[in-house]
Design a protein around this ligand. Structure first.
Ligand code: AMP
Ligand code: MN
Ligand code: MN
Length: 327
């Protein structure tokens, strides 16, 4: 599978009228910000654009400009000219939005996950990009697509969140150059956006962290750290799924920890596993792929059938083997 060009995607965007812009279930800032940014640019071109996510707009990202345009998909399918999947490593992670697209002449797949198999007709997978938002910025710039303050703010939020505030290893000079251009040309207030992103959590998120820390475990001589969230605790604290985004970073931040894991019991008999690595030699994407998931070398996930205890045991054992072999 080889990547298409921005030119070809630009032609398809300009040459069609009706679009559906989609991203993955349990969206993050990169997914939602990239969706809104591309959709707003297309709207400025006079296109009809639907912006769907299985989970709809999350409370924590509802400050994003034009956030109200992003909705849950309709229950009856709608035909479009072009469907665009953003930031979505496997097509089935589009969730219910996939069925909401009736027929589409062309499917576009733009992503930065290495594990993306390249589904769709026109594909750009750039695993060197720290965020899908960075690819959308380059698409907009190179094809001279509409750009304004609202698009800039959505892209800044996408890039800021997926780089851990410009900290993760894929953050490059180009990332800072793009961020600088977003701030300068878009006229962004970085302090204000960052406050909305990182200093505006509901109190229950910290209450959740307190409970997670009580379950914290270490293995492999302190090189693996994990914690877990049961359905019971989630119900008792009335947490929303989005509340736990980023909490795994507390484990990753511990000296000596190479792999951090977060286990979350789901209502469908599966466990959502989030994994982070601090060492390129320990590829958590490969570990998650063994369990049917995917992601990036240093940040990956999977949904695995079984009880919390069963999945914890299986996954921690696999990580232990990889650590013994690869580090
Ligand atoms: P998370 O731990 O949910 O923040 O996800 C870390 C990275 O792995 C993100 O880039 C996700 O898109 C990707 N990822 C998470 N879960 C899955 C999954 N079940 N299948 C494929 N990729 C995933
Ligand atoms: Mn994402
Ligand atoms: Mn992303």
């Amino acid at each position: 599978m080889s990547n298409t060009t921005f030119e070809e995607i630009g032609q398809v965007l300009r040459g069609n009228q009706c679009f559906a812009i989609l991203s993955h279930v349990r969206p993050d800032g990169d997914a939602l910000g990239s969706q809104l940014a591309l959709a707003l640019s297309l709207q400025q071109l006079g296109k009809d654009v639907r912006i769907w996510n299985e989970d709809g707009m999350l409370e924590k990202y509802s400050f994003l400009p034009r956030a109200e345009l992003l909705t849950k998909p309709p229950s009856t399918a709608i035909d479009v000219d072009v469907a665009v999947a953003l930031d979505t490593a496997i097509q089935n992670r589009l969730g219910t939005t996939l069925a909401a697209v009736g027929s589409a002449k062309i499917w576009i797949n733009i992503d930065h996950h290495r594990s993306n198999p390249g589904y769709g007709d026109l594909v750009i997978i750039d695993s060197s990009a720290p965020a899908t938002g960075e690819i959308i910025f380059r698409l907009i710039k190179s094809q001279d697509l509409p750009f304004n303050h609202d698009i800039a703010e959505n892209l800044f939020a996408a890039i800021s969140t997926d780089t851990g505030s410009f900290q993760y290893p894929k953050t490059s000079a180009r990332t800072f150059e793009i961020a600088a251009e977003l701030v300068r040309v878009g006229g962004l207030d970085v302090g204000q956006i960052s406050q909305q992103l990182y200093e505006n959590y509901p109190r229950r998120r910290l209450e959740l962290l307190r409970d997670l820390l009580r379950t914290m475990r270490f293995g492999e001589d302190g090189r693996v750290a994990s914690f877990s969230l049961s359905l019971k605790t989630a119900a008792a604290l009335a947490v929303l799924p989005e509340d736990n985004e980023g909490l795994i970073d507390h484990l990753r931040a511990i000296r000596g920890v190479i792999v951090a894991v977060f286990f979350e019991e789901l209502a469908d008999g599966k466990v959502r596993v989030s994994m982070r690595s601090k060492d390129e030699a320990v590829d958590v994407c490969a570990i998650c792929q063994k369990f049917g998931g995917g992601g990036h070398t240093l940040a990956a996930g999977a949904r695995i059938r079984g009880s919390l205890a069963e999945v914890e045991e299986k996954v921690l054992e696999e990580i232990g083997e990889v650590l013994k072999r690869d580090s």
